[in-house]
Design a protein around this ligand. Structure first.
Ligand code: GLU
Length: 523
């Protein structure tokens, strides 16, 4: 392979008509973040240009593929917000969209027959043993192993008759002697020589199509204009160019993006920790943060911005701005972006996103159980949970951290067990408590926990605290005494959520009971 990169990025092959791209996962496992990035680049590219983004399931490896994996990949793509325009579930004009169904419909066999008829492919009857011996001999001579073309010379009718009579046979592509040029939008131009490519199998002896053949048959049938995928497929592109040409079609424009590496420079794998989209969902990452992060792994918009919504990325995405440098996975940066995306959520969306995490953590303590009960609708919706969720929103890195922080609103330490309660005997505390108790009618209440009720309660709490501060100043009570007294009285602890959140969230029943108990404690 001779890498001849041009400094100017070529635009790729001629592309008539509307843009059509495909994401073509093999359902042999769950969706890896690397594949999610491939899907994302296809999605952004298509949406930016008003084209179509197609989901094609490449399930020809029957032993390793499963419909369960297919379902989970589709669920993860949908969760990420990468909805497709055509696919196995929704159909489209270019179906079927599963290779197993295309195979059953005879589409690959039909295409292979055409190549046989035109002499561009031939039956091969060589046994596995013979092929292995031949390979070993070439390796021993220090040569690149490739098929020695023994069956290429067979007479066409005779070979067809043998195959028709049931003799096991593969179909091989007759690789022409030619220079192969793959002009890639990200990599520039790469020249391959067909001399190193042996006559490869396009149909296996069991009647199934090989990957390099099925992909080209499908890309032609589905009118794919751009193939965007990982650079591990760049050498496949050389074979695929030959098949396109043999079938009388211009190849699509190619764009092979770099792969995701771990911090040690090795391909990102389980060894590095979380790798699947499902892992990251379970750890409390938002889909908007994941796609933002994955996009930036080798693409950048003009300017310095890093936090981008899906819509903003669609508006700006260009393959010309995708770098071919390896992409190193950086959890710190994903964490940073996740925090920013969490801050951006509307309260209702945050509450929704937190439900599974509260549910998972809920069984552990009575307080957690109460929070969970409210989150899942088993208990009456309460302003306390909504205020708690609002309070933690600004400090979360992942959603999974929320239950621990929210519990502080539900797990109030009784004063009798509180070390901090001693401080309630300090001068000024009694006056603070009396003042707060006297204002009972003005205590805020977040009611049903709607975003509006929470906002109003917080505003009221801040206004009330401001007035108490003024009153304290007139009585020579330091602000510190005001804040510490109320916090300790309400929670039994010295640290925790800010006072406006406590006052808005706890509800007047709890506030009254805690302030009264604290007052008894002062004397
Ligand atoms: N099924 C292939 C894979 O999962 C897709 C290759 C392609 O996009 O051509 O790697």
């Amino acid at each position: 392979m001779n890498d001849a990169n041009n400094s100017a990025v070529p635009a790729g092959g001629p592309v008539p008509g509307p843009v059509r791209v495909r994401f073509a996962p093999s359902p042999t496992g769950t969706l890896h973040v690397g594949s999610a990035r491939t899907a994302l680049y296809n999605y952004l590219f298509a949406r930016h240009l008003g084209g179509s983004y197609i989901l094609r399931i490449e399930d020809t490896d029957v032993a390793r593929s499963s419909s369960e994996h297919e379902r989970s990949i589709m669920a993860d793509l949908a969760w990420l917000g990468l909805e497709w325009d055509e696919g196995p579930d929704i159909g489209g004009d270019f179906g079927p969209y599963r290779q197993s169904e295309r195979s059953a419909a005879g589409l690959y066999a039909h295409a292979a027959q055409r190549l046989l008829d035109e002499g561009k492919a031939y039956y091969c009857f060589c046994s596995q043993e013979r092929l292995e011996e031949q390979k070993a001999r070439m390796l021993a001579r220090g040569e690149m192993p490739k098929y020695d073309r023994r069956c290429a010379a067979l007479e066409r009718e005779e070979a067809a008759a043998r195959a028709a009579a049931g003799e096991p046979a593969t179909i091989r592509f007759r690789v022409p002697e030619t220079a192969i040029e793959v002009t890639d939008i990200i990599h520039g131009r790469t020249d391959f020589s067909s001399g190193v490519i042996g006559d490869f199998i396009i149909m296996r002896s069991d009647g199934g199509a090989s990957y390099n053949f099925a992909v080209v048959v499908d890309d032609i049938a589905m009118a794919i204009t751009h193939v965007i995928r990982g650079e591990d497929h760049l050498t496949n592109a050389a074979r695929q160019v030959l098949v396109f040409q043999a079938m009388g079609h211009e190849p699509p424009a190619w764009a092979h993006h770099s792969l995701i590496m771990g911090p040690d420079g090795a391909k990102l794998s389980k060894r590095h920790g979380a790798t699947s989209v499902g892992d990251f969902r379970g750890m409390g990452y938002l889909p908007s943060a994941i796609i933002n992060y994955l996009a930036l792994l080798s693409w950048s918009p003009a300017g310095e911005r890093e936090k981008l919504s899906k819509e903003e990325m669609v508006g700006e995405f260009e393959l010309q701005r995708v770098s071919k440098s390896p992409a190193i996975f950086d959890l710190q940066k994903l964490n940073w972006l996740n925090g920013l995306h969490i801050r951006d959520l509307e309260l209702e969306d945050l509450r929704q996103a937190l439900v599974p995490f509260l549910k998972a953590a809920g069984g552990e303590t009575a307080a957690g159980g109460e929070a969970m009960g409210i989150a899942t609708g088993a208990e009456k919706s309460s302003g306390r949970l909504a205020v708690a969720e609002t309070a933690v929103q600004t400090s979360l890195v992942t959603l999974a951290e929320a239950p621990g922080l929210i519990e502080e609103f539900f797990m109030l330490t009784p004063l009798a067990e509180s070390e901090a309660a001693r401080e309630l005997k300090e001068e000024g505390s009694g006056a603070v408590l009396e003042m707060a108790l006297a204002d009972e009618r003005r205590w805020p209440d977040a009611g049903d926990g709607s975003a509006e009720a929470v906002t109003q309660a917080l505003e009221a709490a801040r206004a009330l605290i401001k007035e108490w501060k003024k009153a304290c100043k007139q009585s020579d009570i330091l602000p510190k005494r005001l804040f510490r007294t109320l916090r300790i009285a309400l929670t039994g602890r010295e640290s925790g959520p800010e006072l406006p959140f406590l006052l808005s969230g706890l509800g007047s029943g709890t506030i009254r009971q805690r302030l009264q108990a604290a007052k008894e404690f002062t004397s």
